[in-house]
Design a protein around this ligand. Structure first.
Ligand code: GDD
Ligand code: MN
Length: 348
């Protein structure tokens, strides 16, 4: 019985696997290694078999065609014999010397230990472009998937988890971002430890357009498409606002008519968001929720106006300034709705 299973997904990593395996074996952990190879054409599987002859604790899963890291981890976990499972790149970007540190954290009771690129003490050898893309993707994830908010690097590919705390059944999309999926779908305790993200030793990254599209679709799926629904509700709200103003204007002073129209659209937006956008979350009580929603809407409106004012002051054209203000107001509304009105924090 092993304490730790190290999962190494490989796709054309023949030039990296031996060095990595030797370094893992040298740690002297009570561990096994499971290599999941997706039909590499550079002989990675043969290299793995040679390593199996050298060490008695290596398994090889061979699959046909590139099927993604998430399913690789799922398939490895199904045959893993240890309680703790570590996942890492096979290209030496993730130093295996971190494993004992991560294992120690896990033993002390954390369900997930993330080797993080973004906490104090981390070092990062990513190029400027990759760094920007990675930061933008991480921010988008934090915005859209609130369960990931308290993890600074939810897109890390280097992590260790307690097998029994995590369900991997949903990991079927062929995505790279299995950690994100685990955090979003399971109620787990997590901790991040800093590490130094190195350069790929040999070969090149397999992260291409397909992987990026899969990542985007995974993120939207995990967010339950709430942002898109929220925007749709907002557009319907504008139509309601205009419609009611049109009906009332002949019979009432303009500002009064407008106030009624605005409040009517706030109420209808609240109802639509409560029954549609956030329906997967426990619905909030009608009046309590409506009061909070009004508050959030007012704050969003104020932010919109403030940004508009600041940008006009900085000589922006007023419609462009207002458009940017609207975006910020929308973001504030959305985050406020999620955090204050509907309390979206828990796994889907
Ligand atoms: N079995 C299998 N199947 N392995 C794969 C597949 C696949 O479809 N795609 C990639 N791999 C293996 C690679 O051979 C490598 O060992 C590891 O998975 C990560 O792939 P890389 O190509 O090295 O990814 P990266 O370095 O660009 O991205 C890394 O950093 C990201 C954070 O910026 C990965 O760790 C990502 O998971 C991480 O999100
Ligand atoms: Mn890599």
């Amino acid at each position: 019985m092993y304490e730790l299973t190290v999962v190494l997904p490989t796709y054309n990593e023949a030039g990296n696997l031996p060095a990595l395996v030797h370094r893992i074996e040298r740690l002297g952990l009570n561990s096994e290694i499971i290599v999941v190879d997706d039909g590499s054409k550079d002989g990675t599987a043969e290299v793995a078999r040679a390593l199996m002859n050298e060490y008695g604790n290596i398994k090889l899963i061979e699959r046909e065609g590139k099927q993604g890291i998430d399913t690789a981890v799922r398939d490895a976990a199904a045959v893993a014999s240890a309680d703790y499972i570590a996942v890492m790149d096979s290209d030496l970007q993730h130093p295996p010397e971190m494993l004992p540190v991560m294992l120690r954290e896990a033993r002390s009771g954390k369900d997930i230990v993330v080797a993080s690129r973004y906490v104090t003490g981390s070092a990062n050898r990513m190029g400027l472009m990759r760094r920007l893309v990675s930061r933008a993707a991480t921010s988008a994830v934090h915005f859209l998937v609130p369960q990931a908010k308290n993890i600074r690097d939810p897109l890390s590919g280097f992590f260790l988890f307690y097998r029994k705390a995590v369900s991997l059944e949903e990991a079927t999309h062929g995505s790279y971002k299995i950690l994100l999926e685990i955090i979003a779908r399971n109620r787990v305790s997590a901790v991040e430890v800093p590490f130094s993200f190195g350069e790929r030793y040999s070969g090149k990254s397999k992260l291409g357009l397909t992987e990026m599209i899969r990542f985007a679709s995974l993120t939207f799926r995990l967010s339950d498409y709430r942002a898109a629904k929220f925007i749709t509700v907002g557009l319907v709200g504008i139509a309601i606002n205009e419609g009611i103003l049109f009906m009332l204007e002949p019979h009432a002073p303009l500002l009064l008519a407008s106030a009624v129209a605005v409040e009517a659209s706030i109420v209808s937006n609240f109802i639509m968001n409560n029954t549609w956008t956030f329906r997967r979350k426990a619905k909030v009580g009608f009046f309590r929720g409506l009061v909070k929603y009004n508050f959030v809407t007012i704050v969003g409106g104020i932010i919109n106006i403030l940004i508009l004012g600041m940008l006009v002051f900085a000589h922006f054209e007023y419609l462009a300034a207002n458009f940017i203000g609207t975006l910020f107001g929308f973001a504030a509304n959305y985050l406020g709705s999620e955090g204050i009105v509907w309390h979206v924090r828990l796994p889907n």
